[in-house]
Design a protein around this ligand. Structure first.
Ligand SMILES: Nc1ncnc2c1ncn2[C@@H]1O[C@H](COP(=O)(O)OP(=O)(O)OP(=O)(O)O)[C@@H](O)[C@H]1O
Ligand SMILES: [Mg+2]
Length: 728
């Protein structure tokens, strides 16, 4: 709020607004404005008046008025009544019922039945609001008032639906951060559609905080926090408070699901589950039997450590790009240096700014797919565009060309008329121009960020296309972010040649990610454990890992699995530094962790390594055999528990890091490797012939055949693949 403004200075105790409301004294200040105790001179009663800070735009203000009217129509014992709304010298204010008790931030209950009782009252209020089409959008302890102090106060929810719209605006306008991002649901932070479930997420944060005494995600700046809401998993509350009933923990975790569809559908369903969770009785001793691998969940991953200078440099390029100075930022570093992690932070900022964010990666084993990062990015983007006519508008005349990357376009907007056959280089130019056109259009409104991961594995076509885009988008509102392992480049590498060129033309800027120093390594360990570590422990880990963030993380996991670092009565304990056996290499650290899961699990993982970074259960069974389905599922569950892979939902899995897959793949002896590739290829073809795997890309199949022993190799012409295969 701009309190320097003379109009705002006039809003002080003693002032009478609209000749009716006399401000008597300040009660408190929040993100949205200042609240005063006041007297309604007409009805001669005490009220509360909130003077709203500079509402961003006319549109925002109008929405505020609309929402205020709607909120005024709500009538519920757990919602503060809005009596009136007005403007004084152009500054909006609300008149509300005055509540005498403290807010939840000042009077935090710790007793579980009381917490659940409060949460259920909030649910009742939310249910009423949601039924009337109002989403709170700013549920947090400051907005939960209690009608009286102590155990008896009942909930009065404040500021319903009155949060200023457009979080993007809030977070990106320097000095104007309203409300705290600590409670914000991912979809709201990213400016996507919000509904009642958005409030349920915030309720989850609030419950987490009340039960454990700690917020699920913290950080020094809004971006760090938002990034965790969007990506990081939550440390299960029972890690912090072991006496919490399992059922209550499950309710909290469900409220904190990233995707609204995974949360409870309604506030009523939430309240029912909450009540039930307290009624469920635990079997004795249950609290202590935390499975050995589950303890890894106690590590909190998601907090960005260090990289302040690198991030701000990259964000500066993003800022310039949004002003129409297109550019590329290339993050380089050794494996595990944190390139992908840093890129994620840049992407979150872009998404919060309302930009279009496209991402795609290159994969070692899929070198045969032309333009893979673009294929991935466009397929994903097309899938998200639900409306055909909007899709057509963006793609325009380029649709037929872009359909080569994302065949879905063909089925949705096609068929497209054939054009006369051209020379390959002409064909390619046409295709490149089409991609540039679409990028330009996507960038026009609020900017475009395209992230291409693992460029050291990119095919030549993708690199040429990137170069072409960089030249065409010099004046576009687009930033291209790429990541590559500098350790993989020699002078003959195709990327190395392009880099020289891009550099000469000043199209790209490289940001090299060095290893962490001892202090940063300690900071990373502290972030992972959620408490400060001693300098000698930090130093010991730094000596062995030399500050490679991935290595640090794996070392810590290995120590946790060995029991050298363990959790005891709500705190971390560890052996003396001298007694710690710290793995000497990244490979050894991963090896240690693989040694701790069963032989079956290792076997399944090795087979999966052949399939690539992401694989489906069906693909895996093609190798391990149909009769092994149950055993394979168990093996995968175990591996997921040990955080070697993650389940992506559906029947798809991803290695938690490519390096893990690489170690497993290297472990395979060449004969078996080839056999697995052949089994994979045959399995796919079998499934395809019975109509089971219609989407399976031909290039993947081709890869497995090529990697199979000579003799089983088949000519590629027998593969009927998507048009991606015939790209110029
Ligand atoms: N700045 C950081 N703060 C906290 N954790 C980090 C940071 N950088 C990296 N990490 C963690 O270290 C691990 C490796 O990082 P990341 O996957 O980004 O590496 P990379 O450079 O992309 O490696 P690769 O070349 O193998 O793809 C990840 O688990 C990541 O969360
Ligand atoms: Mg990476």
């Amino acid at each position: 709020m701009n309190w320097d403004d003379a109009r705002y200075s006039a809003m002080a105790p003693g002032a009478v607004l609209r000749r009716r409301y006399r401000l008597d004294g300040e009660i408190g200040r929040g993100g949205m404005g200042v609240v005063y105790r006041a007297t309604d001179l007409e009805l001669m009663r005490e009220v509360a008046v909130k003077v709203v800070s500079e509402a961003a735009s006319t549109e925002a203000r109008q929405r505020l008025i609309r929402e205020a009217r709607a909120a005024a129509a709500l009538n519920h014992p757990h919602i503060i009544s809005v009596h009136d709304f007005g403007e004084e010298q152009g500054i909006p204010f609300f008149v509300m019922e005055l509540v005498d008790g403290p807010n939840l931030a000042k009077a935090r209950p710790s007793d579980l039945p009381r917490i659940v009782e409060i949460a259920c009252q909030i649910c009742a209020a939310l249910d009423h609001a949601h039924a009337n089409g109002i989403v709170h959008r700013d549920l947090k302890p400051d907005n939960v008032l209690l009608s009286a102090a102590g155990q008896r106060g009942s909930v009065k929810l404040a500021d319903l639906g009155l949060a200023l719209p457009g979080y993007g605006e809030r977070i990106s306008r320097a000095g104007l951060i309203l409300g705290t991002p600590a409670y914000i649901a991912p979809e709201q932070a990213l400016g996507q559609q919000v509904d009642g479930r958005t409030d349920l997420y915030s309720l989850g944060v609030l419950l987490y905080e009340l039960t454990t005494g700690r917020l699920p995600f913290t950080g020094e700046d809004p971006l760090t926090i938002v990034s965790q809401h969007v990506h990081a998993s939550v440390v299960p509350p029972r890690v912090l408070r072991p006496d919490l009933p399992r059922a209550l923990e499950a309710v909290i975790l469900r409220l904190l699901e990233k995707s609204p569809a995974q949360r409870f559908a309604t506030a009523v369903a939430t309240a029912a589950a909450l009540r039930e969770s307290l009624a469920a009785t635990e079997t004795a001793g249950d609290a202590d039997t935390v499975a050995a691998v589950a303890i890894l969940d106690a590590l909190s991953r998601g907090h960005l450590v260090g990289r302040a200078a690198e991030l701000s440099e990259a964000l500066e390029f993003w800022r310039r790009a949004r002003e129409g100075r297109g550019h590329a930022v290339l993050l380089s570093g050794e494996p595990g240096a944190g390139k992908t992690r840093l890129a994620r932070e840049i992407m979150i900022q872009a998404a919060v700014d309302g930009a279009v964010v496209l991402t795609g990666g290159c994969y070692e084993y899929e070198a045969t797919t032309p333009y893979l990062p673009f294929v991935e990015a466009f397929r994903r983007w097309v899938r998200e565009q639900k409306d055909d006519s909007a899709l057509r508008a963006v793609l325009g005349e380029a649709a037929a060309q872009i359909a080569k990357l994302a065949p879905e376009i063909d089925s949705r907007l096609g068929p497209f008329p054939e054009h006369p056959e051209l020379e390959p280089h002409e064909e390619r130019l046409l295709f490149f121009d089409a991609v540039a056109q679409v990028f330009e259009r996507l960038a026009r409104d609020r900017g475009l960020l395209f992230y291409a991961d693992d460029l050291h594995w990119a095919d030549r076509g993708a690199l040429w296309l990137l170069g072409h885009l960089l030249r065409q988008l010099r004046k576009g509102r687009a930033l291209i972010v790429g990541a590559y392992r500098d350790t993989e480049l020699n002078r003959a590498h195709p990327l190395a040649k392009e880099l020289v060129e891009w550099n000469r033309e000043r199209l790209a800027t490289r940001i090299a990610l060095r290893r962490f120093d001892a202090a940063e390594t300690s900071a990373q360990l502290s972030a992972l454990l959620g408490e400060n570590v001693s300098a000698d422990f930090g130093d010991a880990v730094h000596r062995q890992t030399e500050g490679n963030p991935f290595f640090v993380e794996e070392v810590l996991k290995a120590l946790v699995e060995q029991g050298a670092v363990r959790r005891e009565s709500g705190r971390w304990k560890r052996r003396e530094v001298g007694e710690l056996v710290i793995p000497q290499s990244m490979k050894e650290a991963i090896g240690n962790r693989l040694d701790r899961v069963s032989r079956e699990s290792n076997e399944a993982l090795r087979a999966a390594a052949v399939l690539g970074k992401t694989f489906t259960f069906d693909e895996l069974v093609a190798i391990t055999g149909d009769r092994q389905e149950d055993a394979t599922l168990d093996a995968l569950d175990e591996a997921a528990g040990a955080q070697l892979i993650t389940a992506d939902g559906g029947d798809s899995f991803t290695f938690t890091h490519d390096k893990i897959r690489e170690v497993l793949y290297e472990e395979l002896n060449p004969v078996r490797r080839r056999r697995y590739h052949r089994l994979a290829a045959e399995g796919f073809e079998r499934r395809r012939s019975v109509g089971g795997a219609p989407q399976y890309p031909a290039e993947k199949l081709a890869y497995h055949y090529i990697t199979s022993p000579v003799g089983t190799r088949r000519p590629l012409t027998c593969l009927s693949g998507p048009p991606a295969w015939s790209l110029p």
